[in-house]
Design a protein around this ligand. Structure first.
Ligand code: GLY
Length: 376
């Protein structure tokens, strides 16, 4: 057994056991839902609220992770049902934005990687085409969100959507999707990643010249000087994924820079704050930033040479163990799994269980147990 994993194997197996035990109940209560958070311990349902919400593929992704660990067909059934529900979003241009990767990699993409299948392939290619069509050739970025006032917006989150384009090129043997992804990643490395390794969440390109300004919009504390931790996690994981899919070591170095900043900014309790540079009070944690970053750190650990592995592995374990200790809810009577996610620093969107926090926690366990299907 891997010498890094061995000292933690009991915790890993025990946590996986608790996860499987809880999800056997939760999956039945939420089998037909598309959950985002819980309200009084019960999953909400975005099927008829907003089918194009960026979080709507994570339930399928969680089901696929559990399917891969257990081979229990019930997980597959639920994941395939979720994938089919998302067709409504694919049919409506208003529901599509830069987040098609989050939605279809974890639903159709997972299904296709495991079983092939024409319907899943068609969904992947439709979603990837919509994403590629958002590319601005002048300024070399994939445009975020919709609306005429945001034509020049790019957000760091989009790094996690690029694997949909890499997958589309793999499927079609047409390099165009991949070329767009690489160009966007190069621009993000140049313009989102600050010299100290922190990132701008949102930047605004002049759509003709590519000149960059920083707009007021952010999900962190402020847009110009603060440091939104989930955006940082998207950079850690997103850049290493672009390295995995292209072999371009500049992306690996970018991921490491973002990771070093993330690790240096973890507080004593090891679970990231929603914004690393927010005022001391109030204190908002974001467990989802931690679980996503942990997945990126585990990919770095897998890739880097032996003498670099320890930092990434130990940092991932530190985050995951603290998250489980302080924020996991293993009570099978309710649907909450990981508490204290933060959708955004402002607007009352703090201290929420978030389906993507749950998903990345399960993905990290899947990786730690040797799972080698990369859904991204
Ligand atoms: N769009 C991804 C996020 O809010 O983190």
């Amino acid at each position: 057994m891997d010498k890094y994993i061995e000292p933690h194997i009991e915790w890993i197996e025990e946590t996986q056991r608790k996860l499987e035990n809880k999800l056997r109940y939760v999956r039945e209560r939420s089998a037909e839902k598309i959950p985002y958070t819980t309200i009084n311990g019960v999953h909400d349902d975005w099927r008829y609220k907003k089918i194009g919400r960026w979080t709507n593929g994570f339930w399928a992704g969680l089901m696929w992770l559990m399917y891969m660990s257990s081979k229990d067909e019930r997980y597959r059934e639920i994941a395939e049902y979720n994938e089919m529900l998302l067709d409504e979003a694919l049919k409506n241009a208003d529901d599509l934005n830069h987040d098609t990767g989050f939605m279809w990699l974890l639903s159709a993409g997972a299904n296709y990687r495991l079983f092939g299948g024409r319907d899943s392939k068609n969904r992947i290619l439709a979603a990837a085409s919509a994403l590629a069509a958002r590319y601005n050739i002048n300024a070399e970025y994939i445009r975020a969100w919709n609306g005429e006032d945001r034509l020049g917006y790019s957000i760091i989150d989009c790094m996690m959507n690029l694997p949909l384009l890499y997958l589309a090129s793999d499927i079609t043997h047409d390099p165009r999707f991949k070329l767009i992804a690489e160009k966007h990643a190069m621009s993000a490395m140049k313009n989102h990643l600050r010299p100290d390794g922190s990132v701008y969440h949102v930047i605004n390109y002049d759509i003709q010249t590519g000149e960059v300004t920083i707009p007021d919009k952010t999900q962190g504390y402020n847009s110009k000087t603060s440091s939104w931790s989930r955006g940082q996690a998207w950079a850690v994981y997103g850049f290493v994924l672009s390295y995995i899919h292209t072999g371009n070591t500049a992306f690996l170095d970018a991921s490491k820079r973002a990771a070093h900043y993330f690790i240096a900014n973890l507080t004593e309790d090891s679970v990231p704050l929603c914004d690393f540079r927010a005022p001391d009070m109030p204190v908002y944690h974001d467990t989802s930033a931690g679980t996503c970053a942990a997945c990126g750190l585990l990919e770095l650990y897998r890739i880097v040479p032996e003498h670099e592995k320890k930092l990434y592995f130990n940092s991932a374990m530190r985050i995951l163990k603290a998250t489980e200790r302080d924020y996991a809810d293993w009570d099978c009577e309710n649907d909450t799994l990981i508490k204290n996610g933060c959708e955004a620093y402002h607007d009352g969107l703090q201290d929420l269980p978030l389906i993507y926090g749950d998903y990345y926690f399960a993905e990290a366990l899947y990786k730690l147990r040797g799972g080698d299907v990369l859904l991204w």
